[in-house]
Write a protein that binds this ligand. Structure first.
Ligand code: HEC
Length: 260
């Protein structure tokens, strides 16, 4: 078949137009890739989630978690009194930092269970200095952070296992700091009396006094609805002066621990 000039020009124009369309199509695809964005929904999966949960009974690379004690704090289902890695000053400092971020709101800086949230009506958090908790094996602290305990939520998604252990080690240091005797002081080191320090620095006598310990009663067994609905501090307003006193002594106690 022989094409005349006019119709071949037509075909050429048509080819050019479809080529342009094709190129535009490609460009569109490149610019707007059919990929999933984090936290954005999709119609592709029945549950609408673009971020897929891990397939059950599978182990992703780097998730083998072979060291059972490191990840669970248990050996044969029992808590143990040992660290899964050596404790250095660096580990304790990391533990102190993480403890002060995640635990003090409820347990207070000295770990007596009378943190700010407790003072505002939350169930008193465990006092790390009572005989029962002093006697707990070290991995108990790891286990509680990992799994929660009673009214305390777990912190497994916020705190990595390595840091949970660092916190556990720091809690031991905290316990020791409040329960040390003269026998623990290395030879040749002089210990100053806290009362003398307070007097010298012109601090109130309560600086060196004992801390108040939160008391568990039915009334504060659960967070009060008023705390969330009302103005901050409203729920505990009646015991305002008591709380003032408590935080004063707490601050003092925190200072004691920090100066060790
Ligand atoms: C939101 C407040 C809150 C925070 C934050 C919190 N706890 Fe607690 N914790 C509690 C309460 C409340 C209890 C007492 C639970 C009960 O008796 O129902 C408790 C109890 C405990 C106990 C005692 C368990 C026992 O054997 O009696 C340990 C150990 C503990 N917490 C460790 C921690 C550590 C470590 C952190 C920081 C990673 C932390 N908690 C953060 C509220 C908190």
């Amino acid at each position: 078949m022989k094409l005349n000039r006019k119709s071949s020009a037509h075909i050429l124009a048509l080819a050019a137009a479809s080529a342009l369309l094709l190129i535009a199509g490609c460009r569109q695809d490149m610019q707007d890739e059919p990929k999933m964005f984090p936290q954005r929904g999709t119609t592709m999966f029945a549950d609408g989630r673009s971020v897929r949960p891990q397939v059950e009974h599978t182990v992703a690379r780097g998730q083998l978690d072979q060291d059972q004690y490191f990840y669970t704090g248990l050996i044969d289902g029992k808590e143990q009194n040992m660290m899964p890695y050596p404790v250095t000053l660096e580990v304790l400092e990391r533990g102190q930092e993480r403890f002060n971020i995640y635990c003090t709101p409820c347990h207070s800086r000295v770990g007596n269970g009378d943190g700010m949230i407790v003072e505002r009506g939350y169930k008193p958090a465990g006092n790390f200095h009572d005989p029962k908790r002093m006697g707990e094996p070290l991995s108990h602290y790891f286990f509680v952070i990992t799994n929660g305990y009673g009214a305390m939520p777990d912190y497994s998604s916020e705190i990595k296992p390595v840091d949970r252990w660092a916190i556990a080690a720091y809690i031991r240091a905290l316990q020791l700091s409040q329960d040390a005797t003269m026998a623990d002081v290395p030879a040749g080191v002089q210990v100053q009396n806290l009362k003398d320090i307070a007097e010298k620095d012109g601090l109130p006598a309560s600086y060196a006094g004992p801390w108040p310990i939160a008391v568990d009663t039915d009334a504060n067994a659960l967070p009060k609805a008023g705390i969330y609905a009302g103005a901050p501090g409203e729920a505990a307003a009646s015991s305002q002066s008591q709380r003032d006193k408590a935080s004063e002594t707490n601050a003092a106690a925190g200072k004691t621990a920090a100066s060790h």
